[in-house]
Design a protein around this ligand. Structure first.
Ligand code: CO
Length: 297
């Protein structure tokens, strides 16, 4: 047996989130897109909703809106969200559930807090990631993969100091059940104080971590990344190292997200992401003419 030595990546940048209002007026933390940082190929957006403790009646969502040309990945950490779409599809996302929606040629959908959750209030925390589709997949029929928390593979190191939920890709011997159009890694790691994880991320992938809670030391330089920060790894190795310092007061909770860049032109206009201006004009026209459908109450 040959043991391949992995080269660890350095950290290229630490990016702060901006706070912005989305949908009907809920606050998100967004590392990108923002001015001078519009995408991280093949990813188009990362939003962290909350964590926030909502009073009764306070929860807001995103009423009917379209998407074309990419995928939206919703991951609920706390609370309950419901969605409806133009294909007649509806569902409820509970804590730990993932919805990987391939919008492809187009859907119109709503993403709202569940009505009973809205009535009672409670803690809401969620993540939305936008994954770009390659040119050849932009107009495929829409597809949903809805994976309940119980079916998201969960793995641990032998000593229990690191736990991972494998949403896409592979980690600690566990393999994701979600299928992606291009190679994607989406891992939710929890590291106890004093724990280190070395995760393999092939060299051709663009990779970043997003810190949900606590802080960590990243890459060969052991750069500090805090709650709400995005840590961008350089493309200079085939693994990443992440540590929660031994003197930390909290677990380190983070997402490790990586994908092979598409290296294609990106033209985006709100909820449409295509390769050319003409395709954007077409998307606007198709939406206006109801060719992406509409939601039936
Ligand atoms: Co949406």
């Amino acid at each position: 047996m040959t043991v391949q030595t992995q080269t660890k990546r350095t950290v290229a940048a630490i990016v702060n989130s901006v706070e912005t209002l989305e949908g009907a007026g809920f606050l998100v933390r967004r590392p990108f897109p923002k001015i001078n940082f519009s995408e991280f190929d093949p990813f188009l957006l990362l939003d962290e909703l909350g964590p926030v403790n909502l009073k009764p009646g306070e929860a807001k969502g995103a009423p009917d809106h379209p998407h074309r040309g990419f995928e939206t990945v919703s991951y609920v950490l706390d609370g309950r969200l419901e969605h409806k779409d133009s294909e007649g599809h509806a569902g409820l996302l509970n804590q730990g559930d993932v919805q990987w929606m391939t919008a492809g040629a187009g859907v119109v959908h709503s993403e709202m807090p569940e009505s009973e959750f809205t009535r009672t209030g409670g803690r809401l925390h969620g993540i939305q990631l936008w994954v770009n589709l390659p040119q050849c997949d932009k107009m495929i029929p829409p597809r949903y993969q809805e994976i309940p928390a119980t079916q998201i593979p969960l793995a641990q190191t032998e000593d229990g100091s690191v736990t991972v939920r494998v949403i896409a890709g592979e980690a600690l011997g566990a393999k994701a059940v979600i299928e992606t159009r291009t190679p994607i890694i989406y891992l939710h790691f929890t590291l106890r104080p004093g724990a280190t994880i070395i995760q393999s991320v092939p060299k051709e992938y663009n990779a970043f971590a997003y810190v949900l809670e606590g802080f960590g030391l990243f890459g060969t330089q052991q750069e500090r990344g805090d709650d709400g920060q995005m840590v961008i790894f350089a493309q200079d190795g085939d693994s990443v190292a992440i540590t929660n310092p031994a003197n930390a007061q909290k677990n380190l909770d983070l997402l490790l997200i990586a994908g092979v860049p598409l290296n294609e032109p990106v033209v985006r206009y709100g909820p449409f992401v295509m390769n050319t201006e003409a395709e954007i004009m077409q998307a606007i026209e198709d939406y206006r003419n109801g060719r992406m459908g509409r939601i039936h109450a």
